[in-house]
Design a protein around this ligand. Structure first.
Ligand SMILES: C[S@@+](CC[C@H](N)C(=O)[O-])C[C@H]1O[C@@H](n2cnc3c(N)ncnc32)[C@H](O)[C@@H]1O
Length: 249
């Protein structure tokens, strides 16, 4: 009897801790306080370089209306606004994790452009803005967390003005076999260990690396964007560890 109860408890624990992609925002809602610190440590500072690349390629024009999907703590918006706030009329961050956005809302207050930035609790698959109303949509490390990512891409297409741009930054896998081997070693073993230790939730970081290895990247993802109507170019970042997809409507 005791054995049956113990095994049922084990099953229950597994279900509770086995994160589902459809509820991935819940992970971020739990680890929000240490999310940015862990990111900086685990990426060895490279994340900042990648964001700078996005900022550099951001399609600036006067009075822009921009939107950041899966904004989290709003780091992408802050990076873009730091450089281009004079040209941007408004920038809205959309996310399902209220806690991540609370950090972002507090952080943005110290910047002179705070009144142009807002946060909205919504899914990136059902963006609460009118069609053809956004000049540029940014999305960093969010799309692979969304089960129906094609619905997300379709909705981004809907909200963009004709000629508008989407910038999607996402993890990918290096082409070079040796670099890939070392990267996977780090990714599969060290990252969950360090991420787990700092966040107190090892499963969260095991889940996160699984999503990277199962998500389409490179030409496969580019093709999917093209099938939805985007004209796409790709920029490989740091040996292909991440890729920046820029799509024009
Ligand atoms: C890895 S974080 C990226 C955050 C931020 N873009 C960055 O670069 O730091 C992924 C974010 O996606 C959000 N997310 C997951 N599913 C979502 C959905 N369906 N709609 C909007 N946001 C979602 C999570 O809550 C989380 O904040």
């Amino acid at each position: 009897m005791l054995r049956i109860i113990q095994s049922q408890m084990r099953i229950k624990n597994t279900i509770v801790k086995d994160y589902k992609k459809s509820l991935s925002w819940e992970i971020f809602d739990k680890i929000y306080q240490r999310y940015d610190v862990i990111n900086s440590i685990l990426s060895l500072g490279i994340l900042r370089l990648w964001r700078n690349k996005l900022v550099h390629l951001f399609p600036v024009k006067d009075n822009m209306v921009a939107l950041d999907c899966a904004t989290g703590t709003g780091e992408v918006m802050i990076s873009v606004m730091n450089r281009h706030h004079n040209k941007i009329k408004s920038y809205t961050g959309v996310d399902l994790s209220k806690n991540m956005m609370v950090i972002g809302k507090e952080r943005i207050q110290k910047f002179p452009y705070a009144n142009k930035v807002s946060f909205t609790h919504a899914s990136a698959t059902d963006i609460p803005v009118d069609k053809a109303s956004i000049d540029c949509v940014t999305m960093a490390f969010g799309i692979r967390n969304i089960v129906d990512y094609q619905a997300c891409l379709r909705d981004i297409y809907r909200v963009l003005v004709p000629g508008g741009t989407v910038m999607i930054m996402e993890f990918s896998l290096p082409k070079n076999i040796i670099i890939r081997w070392f990267y996977l070693l780090y990714f599969r073993w060290l990252l969950p260990l360090i991420g787990g230790l700092i966040s107190g939730d090892k499963n969260a970081y095991t889940y996160l690396n699984k999503t990277v290895e199962t998500f389409p990247y490179g030409n496969a993802f580019k093709k999917e964007m093209e099938q939805l109507g985007f004209n796409v170019s790709m920029t490989s970042l740091t040996f292909g560890i991440a890729t920046l997809y820029i799509g024009r409507k």
